[in-house]
Design a protein around this ligand. Sequence first.
Ligand SMILES: NC(=O)c1ccc[n+]([C@@H]2O[C@H](COP(=O)([O-])OP(=O)(O)OC[C@H]3O[C@@H](n4cnc5c(N)ncnc54)[C@H](OP(=O)(O)O)[C@@H]3O)[C@@H](O)[C@H]2O)c1
Length: 329
Amino acid sequence: MIKVAVAGATGVVGTLLANYLTKENLELDLYASEASVGKTVNIKGKEFSLKPLVEINDTKYDYIFLAISAENTKALKRSITYPTKFLDLSSAYRQDPDTPLLLYGVNHQDYSNENFIALPNCVVAPVAKPIKIISNVNLVKNIFISTYQSISGAGREKTHKLLDDTTKDLEALKALESKFDFSDNCINQINSFNVVPAIDDIYADGSTGEETKIKDELSKILKLSDVTTIATCVRVPVIRGHCASINIVSNEAINLTNIKEQFLNDPELNFDDGVIPSPRQNGNSEVISIGRLRVFQDSPNVISFWVVGDNLNIGAAGNAYRIFKYIND
Ligand SMILES: NC(=O)c1ccc[n+]([C@@H]2O[C@H](COP(=O)([O-])OP(=O)(O)OC[C@H]3O[C@@H](n4cnc5c(N)ncnc54)[C@H](OP(=O)(O)O)[C@@H]3O)[C@@H](O)[C@H]2O)c1
């Protein structure tokens, strides 16, 4: 029986990943920080005692999933022993030229027996597939993406904080007898009843870390070297499910009929011309939902659409599980 470890098993990604892995016939150990030692997590009715990651003996495992921060991943990688296979969900090695960046259903066939595999960002995962389909039909010149990203993409602590802040805001609102005025407590980066157009660090050129990840990861996964990608990433007060408004500019008239047909026939996509997907309806799903697909007569080279994809099922945990199945089967 193969032996598998999940590092970061108390986090939003690690917990779901452990749930996916219990579908398989394998021996599973769960790791977290030293602060979690002595605690247990319940995965589908089975109690797992958490082990401290500092004590992991990687030679004991066939596969180790790293659902921890980029900094913790880098620290761990220094002492890694192969041939254990590592599937890293953090951003630490996504742009490393010797590390494959794999998204199931898009470029998983690029895997060629490497032991350390990087997995893409949670908003890149749902947008890459429809962009790949369009780029196979029409020559793509520019991609403009505006994202609307749920708070679970920022991890467990920020998700709990949004829930707590929302509760407090509602209580404050009731006390004020429904004056919808939060302006006095809306200091920087408060997510409740707010949208925040900055995810991750802000760089000198004005872009953010998340926006740079979209540009660089799409380019690596889709091999779109001559395409300009401009992204604006926004955090919205949604618990789960990321959305994106995408405009793709081509050098030629968009072949909408062909693209629609491919969207309709792809089992990983949920496309219905008459339906407007949203995180509440389509967020917690294992397929990517597409709506608002349109090409205007006066801009025949531009295609616009809306994507909803679960950051955990399509992105992080679901992709890690599908890549694991692909390389292990
Ligand atoms: N959330 C998403 O949608 C998403 C999507 C794609 C990729 N990712 C990436 O996946 C990784 C995990 O994200 P997350 O959202 O699950 O984060 P999270 O909810 O904040 O969980 C972080 C995990 O890391 C553990 N940890 C913290 N410090 C540690 C240390 N020093 N040694 C060992 N473990 C430590 C925590 O354990 P304790 O409970 O013991 O502190 C917890 O299990 C991140 O790199 C993130 O960027 C996240």
